[in-house]
Each structure stands twice: as structure tokens, then as C-alpha cells.
Design a binder for this molecule. Structure first.
Ligand SMILES: Cc1cc2nc3c(=O)[nH]c(=O)nc-3n(C[C@H](O)[C@H](O)[C@H](O)COP(=O)(O)O)c2cc1C
Length: 199
């Protein structure tokens, strides 16, 4: 088991959108930049376009087909080794995109006793309804969702050509969310080490 005090906290940044022409990677790159600037965090971006997951689940007790197993193998170990997650999500019909739910559902213990922060974007709502629905789903998976979020309302108007938000308040929001994520990630990594989480 990893040393609870050893090394930076591995943070998986998951891009929730797989849409052609999506905006998600711009947001993900921005928050990943903030993560890598911090001495106590590292960032690994998980893009569900680069590593798509199967959408048909096997019957209970049935082994995965080879192709599905290979697709899972490209994602699952990366979630398993993460100490923390940041989910970057748009809002689709007042919720979050189906490929993100699929990625969540393929996994279970990979989420246990780990913190999850959110960066959301959308129209007037800024993706906040997607985030609130994610909290409910992730609670079922024994994850700890972070109170503060970063949200971009009318996202098309608040990012500059350099791929960064124009409002300095976004930087402060990112710092607050990542400070809380870091606290929880340290606390939960140490706790998992001391007493393995039993679901
Ligand atoms: C299927 C679909 C449903 C959407 N529903 C909402 C919505 O409920 N609320 C909202 O603010 N924006 C909604 N939008 C607009 C998205 O927030 C916007 O298109 C955003 O760019 C999507 O993220 P993406 O570009 O990374 O895919 C929707 C977009 C799509 C494609």
C-alpha cells in the first residue's frame, strides 16, 4: 500500500463530454494547469474520447469480452491509482452527459473514500444541476464530494482566446475548490492507509 504521507496526490481530471467539437478539453486543460502548479498535486487527464468504454454491461457473473476488457484496462487502473478526482462536466438536459455516467458505472471501489471536485459549464445554470446530480450518484459509490465548485455560466462568453477564463474570480474559485480537495485527499489517503475502507 502507498505511503500515506508520500508523494504528491494523484488527481485524475475526467472530461465528461465526448461530443464532436466539445468545449470540455479547454476547461480540463485550464484546471489541470492549476493542479500541476501545486506542489502537492499531480494531474492526469482522462479523456473518454481517447479511451472509450463499452456501453453494454455483461450479465452478472459473466466475464467481459476481450475487447471490453481491453477498453476497461485503459481506464480502470488510472482511476484506481488516483487519490482524488476532478470531474469537468457540461450540463446536458439538466444533468451530466451519458458517457460520464457510463464511466462512473463501470467502476466501484475505484471511487471509494476518495474526494471528487467539480468544474462545470453550461448556459445560465453553469452546469450546477449536473454537479448536484453527480453528488447523489457519487455518494452511492462512497466518494466524498467537495463543497466548493467552479462553474462557468454562459461559458462561451467567459473564456478568452488563450483558453483561460477572463474573470479573475474563476482563479479564486479554482483555488478554493483545490484547497478543499487537497485537504480531503490527504485526510482520506492517510485514513485508507491506516484502516482500509470497507464498503
Ligand atoms: C444534448 C445537450 C443538452 C444540453 N442541455 C443543456 C442544459 O440543460 N442546460 C444548459 O445550460 N446547457 C445545455 N446544453 C448546452 C451545453 O451546455 C453546451 O452545448 C456545452 O458546450 C456542452 O459541452 P461540450 O461542448 O463540452 O459538449 C446542452 C447541450 C447538449 C448537446
Amino acid at each position: 500500500m502507498a505511503d500515506p504521507n508520500g508523494g504528491p496526490l494523484r488527481t485524475a481530471v475526467i472530461i465528461g463530454s465526448t461530443r464532436d467539437g466539445r468545449f470540455g478539453p479547454v476547461v480540463a486543460e485550464w484546471i489541470a494547469g492549476h493542479i500541476t502548479e501545486r506542489a502537492d498535486l499531480t494531474a492526469e487527464v482522462i479523456d473518454l474520447v481517447e479511451t472509450p468504454l463499452p456501453t453494454v454491461f455483461p450479465a452478472f457473473g459473466q466475464a467481459l469480452a476481450d475487447e471490453a476488457a481491453a477498453q476497461l484496462e485503459a481506464v480502470s487502473p488510472r482511476l484506481a491509482r488516483a487519490d482524488a478526482f476532478v470531474i469537468v462536466t457540461p450540463e446536458y438536459n439538466h444533468s451530466f452527459p451519458a458517457p460520464l455516467k457510463n464511466a462512473i458505472d463501470w467502476h466501484n471501489e475505484q471511487w471509494h473514500a476518495k474526494p471528487v471536485g467539480f468544474v462545470s459549464y453550461g448556459g445560465l445554470s453553469g452546469g450546477l444541476r449536473a454537479v448536484e446530480q453527480l453528488r447523489v450518484v457519487l455518494a452511492e459509490l462512497h466518494a466524498v464530494t467537495i463543497r466548493n465548485t467552479v462553474s462557468f455560466h454562459n461559458y462561451g462568453e467567459v473564456f478568452g482566446a488563450d483558453g483561460k477564463p477572463t474573470d479573475p474570480g474563476s482563479e479564486a474559485a479554482a483555488k478554493a475548490m483545490l484547497d478543499q480537495l487537497t485537504w480531503w485527499a490527504h485526510a482520506l489517503r492517510a485514513a485508507r492507509h491506516t484502516r482500509p475502507y470497507s464498503a
